[in-house]
Design a protein around this ligand. Structure first.
Ligand SMILES: N[C@@H](CCC(=O)N[C@@H](CS)C(=O)NCC(=O)O)C(=O)O
Length: 294
């Protein structure tokens, strides 16, 4: 777009050409399944259909934290949904999430399966199911919920706004990058000020608010998202960095980050998880080494 050739929106928008941005091939202006494909089911009470994006990691970290706390009912099968290949538009996936986005959870522990979609709803569902990682005191619970919903409302500006225009759009549009950089820096400052006074986002306790916020804002503070650490000077958010480092060392977080991961070091990729032992035996480094021997 240039001043000499400005875009003038027509009276009615039509989907007449691909946008050209990264992931444009999977974007459509309609919802629903594009093909018949039932979802696989494993042996555990919880069936997760996901990918290790920041939204996906929230749920695998939550499940690993619950297992770490001793809740055996949180045993899960994690199936890989490759969103670049359109798996989220298969008929089985759409039955679990009509919005066609990971993560999606099916709880098959009761007489009828319960579907849950939207990462915030999944965290809350699991926290309530097991009575863990969400405070019972009304004031603390309200604080935890406020930060959980803050994340759900804020992250689309970070990902869909800043990340999209800074990293994925086919051209760099100064207006859009300025607008979303300003907003992301404001959000990082909100969190930084909160964490200056509190060890965790909700207060003294580690909760689902931290689990929701960490993959996005912790990732941003550590310079892991969109290669934008220097651009946004994220090291300045020292309290967020301190909090991100502390959470990143938790064993459940280290495990949860690996599940459904298809990028990075081979030993950090556990494409599917069906058993706790898979972390030792089925990461990509191990699978590829055993293929070479065979
Ligand atoms: N608000 C949703 C957002 C989920 C979401 O955006 N998922 C992305 C990956 S992080 C996705 O599945 N994208 C596939 C698509 O848009 O077709 C949540 O928190 O669960």
């Amino acid at each position: 777009m240039s001043d000499s050739n400005p875009y003038i929106p027509p009276k009615v928008w039509t989907h007449n050409k691909p946008s050209g941005g990264r992931f444009a091939n999977i974007n459509r202006p309609v919802s629903g399944a594009t093909h018949e494909k039932p979802l696989p089911r494993g042996k555990h009470p919880l069936q997760l259909y996901s990918l290790a994006t920041p939204n996906g990691v929230k749920v695998t970290v939550m499940l690993e934290e619950l297992l770490e706390l001793g809740f055996t009912g949180a045993e899960y099968d994690a199936w890989l949904i490759r969103i670049n290949e359109g798996d989220q538009f298969g008929s089985g996936f759409v039955e679990v999430n009509p919005n066609s986005k990971i993560p999606a959870l099916l709880d098959v522990s009761g007489s009828k399966p319960v579907r849950v979609f939207e990462s915030g709803a999944i965290l809350l569902y699991l926290a309530e199911k097991f009575g863990a990682l969400v405070p019972t005191d009304p004031a603390l619970r309200a604080e935890c919920m406020s930060w959980l919903f803050w994340q759900m409302g804020s992250a689309p500006y970070l990902g869909g706004g800043f990340g999209h225009f800074y990293a994925y759009a086919p051209e760099k549009i100064e207006y859009a990058i300025d607008r979303f950089s300003m907003e992301v820096k404001r959000q990082m400052d909100v969190l930084n000020q909160r964490l200056a006074q509190n060890r965790f986002v909700g207060g003294d306790e580690y909760t689902i608010a931290d689990i929701a916020i960490w993959p996005w804002y912790g990732g941003m503070a550590k310079g892991l998202l969109y290669d934008a650490g220097e651009f946004l000077q994220v090291h300045e958010y020292t309290n967020v960095v301190r909090w991100a480092d502390e959470i990143g060392k938790r064993p459940a977080v280290i495990r949860g980050r690996k599940v459904n991961r298809v990028m990075g070091n081979l030993d950090s990729q556990l494409h599917e998880r069906h058993d706790a032992s898979d972390f030792e035996t089925r990461t990509q480094d191990k699978l590829q080494a055993s293929e070479k021997v065979d």
